[in-house]
Design a protein around this ligand. Structure first.
Ligand code: NAD
Length: 246
């Protein structure tokens, strides 16, 4: 029997990138998966068909994670369709590569809205609606361990996610729920490659012990481990998946 058979998972922002690979692998391990998307319904529907085509169960759910009413209806949709919710993966996020002196109020607010409020809203919902014994993994970033110019606002949002998760782990531990964060290093998705030259990508790849950037699968494998039975004693942790870069 697959390790996540009978479990139900919700992965935010999973129509592409790391989230899509997490959704794919959770389904491959037997979980029914709710694929949340913000705008790209076609990509979400395609992933649902792909998962169903391999015998898995999936639905696509539109929601902006930064909006409380959307988050509530996203939980409603997953629970109404599959009966329960055991696993929450907070993957949705946006990046900004900008020095503080050049960052506008609107850019700052948007980053906080999606990366911090988005996670706060899903955790608040999960506090009462995730099944006992459930699992929560939120995506941080290895830049919280580094001091890289242009990453101040982005890394601040991810530090907030890490700390909120550590505290939340203590708040929901009595129900057997684990709460962890995963910190990828540079990973081959549009969020990372957009606007970067090949030279910049090579320079960042050289910071890892293996002289390459990560693949979504490098991150998704860790997430699948953390939501499984084998990781029951791991909670309140931030785990790097970065090829040793930080
Ligand atoms: P990506 O841009 O490919 O995927 C992010 C997804 O989040 C997209 O599908 C996007 O539509 C969705 N999203 C954005 N705003 C949303 C909203 N308001 N509501 C719902 N969904 C929304 O990026 P990715 O690289 O796959 O990133 C996934 C996560 O990993 C992010 O949290 C990111 O910060 C983190 N991360 C990525 C890297 C990297 O190098 N790629 C490194 C460290 C951390």
């Amino acid at each position: 029997m697959s390790s996540l058979q009978g479990k139900v998972a919700l992965v935010t922002g999973s129509s592409r990138g790391i989230g899509a690979e997490i959704a794919r692998r959770l389904a491959g391990a037997g979980a029914a998966v709710a694929i949340n998307y913000a705008g790209n319904q076609a990509a979400a529907d395609l992933l649902v068909s792909e998962i169903q085509g391999t015998g898995g169960q999936a639905i696509a759910v539109k929601a902006d994670v930064g909006v409380a009413a959307d988050v509530k209806s996203m939980f409603d949709a997953a629970i109404n369709r599959f009966g329960t919710l055991d696993i929450l993966v907070n993957n949705a996020g946006i990046a900004l590569y900008r020095r503080i002196e050049d960052t506008t109020d609107a850019e700052f607010d948007r980053l906080l809205q999606i990366n911090v409020r988005g996670v706060f809203l899903t955790l608040r919902e999960a506090a009462v609606r995730l099944a006992s014994g459930g699992r929560i993994v939120s995506l941080s970033s290895s830049v919280t361990r580094l001091m890289m110019p242009t990453y101040a606002t982005y890394s601040a949002t991810k530090s907030a996610v890490e700390q909120m998760s550590r505290v939340f782990a203590k708040e929901v531990g009595a129900r057997g729920i684990t709460v962890n964060t995963v910190s990828p290093g540079p990973t081959n998705t549009e969020l990372f490659t957009d606007g970067k030259s090949e030279d910049t990508i090579k320079r960042l790849a050289a910071l890892s012990a293996f002289n390459r950037i990560g693949d979504p699968a490098d991150i998704a494998r860790l997430v699948v481990f953390l939501v499984g039975d084998e990781a029951a004693w791991i909670t309140g942790q931030n785990i790097g998946a970065n090829g040793g870069m930080a």
